[in-house]
Design a binder for this molecule. Sequence first.
Ligand SMILES: Cc1ncc(COP(=O)(O)O)c(C=O)c1O
Length: 293
Amino acid sequence: MESEGIVYLNGRFVARGEARIDPEDRGFLFGDGVYEVLRVRASQPLFVDRHHARLTRSAGQCEIAQPFDRAGLEALARELVARNGISDGIVYLQITRGVASRAHVFPPPGTAPTVYAFARATVEDPELWARGVSAILLPDERWGRVDMKTVNLLPNVLAAEKARRAGAYEAILVREGVVTEGSHCNAWIVRQGVALTHPTGPHILAGVTRDTVLRAAARVGVTVEERPFTAEELLGADEVFLTGTTTGVLGVVQVDGTTVGDGRPGPVTRALDGGYRALVEEEVARARAAVAS
Ligand SMILES: Cc1ncc(COP(=O)(O)O)c(C=O)c1O
C-alpha cells in the first residue's frame, strides 16, 4: 500500500505507512464511527463552522465523545494541509468509539475514541461540469437515520459501484417512490425554473454544499422549494443536478439512459454553480483574513 503523506492518528502526525489501528477498533468491527469531509481550496479548509456543527451532531447522536471544538478542528485541518502541501483537495476526519474487546454494547466508560484524519489533493476535470454527467436510479436501501454521518456506508458503496459499472457518475436513490439523495451527494431537480431538493430530516444527509447552494440561490435569484419529489418528477424534470463537497454543483444530463432537458447542464444549474463558486471564493478570502488577523 502506498505510504505517502502525513496523517493524524490519536494526537500524532505520522507517515501514513506507519499509522497503525488496532483490529479490535470498533470502527473496523462494527462501523461504529462518524466522519466529516471538508473541502480545501487555496490551502484554506472551508465551511469549518458547518462541518464542526454536523460532526458534533453526528457524534452526539451516536454518543461518541467528539474531542474537537471548532478551533481544534480548524487547527487540525490546517496542520494536515500544511504538512502535505495541499492547495486544492479535502480533509477527511473519522472518529470511532475506540478499541475494546468485541461486544455490541458500548465499551467501558473512559475508552478513548480513535481519531484518524488525512488531507489529500484533488484535481477537478472541468469537462465534467461543462458537459454534465449521467446517473442511474436505484432503491435507497439504507437505514432510517442517514442524517447521522456515520462510516456505515455499505449501501452507498454498493450503489456507487453499480453506477460505475453502468458507466454513470452517480446512483440517485429512491425511497418509496421519493428521490432522497445520491450515494455521495445531494440530488436536486428543476421544474419550471424552481429548484427542488428533499427537505432535511432522517432520510438525507444535510449537505454543507446543499446549504451553501441554498444561500447561492437566494443571491442569484433562483427559487428553491425544499420538498420531496418523486422519481417520475425527476425523469420529467427540466434539469437535474447534484451537490456535494467533492462534487460542487454538477449537472446530470442523462438518467437511466433518458436525456434530461436538452442534454446539457441547464441555466438554473449553471447559475447555481456560479453562485456556489462565488461563495467558495468568499469563504477562501474570509478564512485567509481570519488567519491574518
Ligand atoms: C450520502 C451523502 N449525501 C450528501 C452528501 C453531501 O454532503 P456535503 O455537501 O456536506 O459534502 C454526501 C457527502 O459526502 C453524502 O455522502
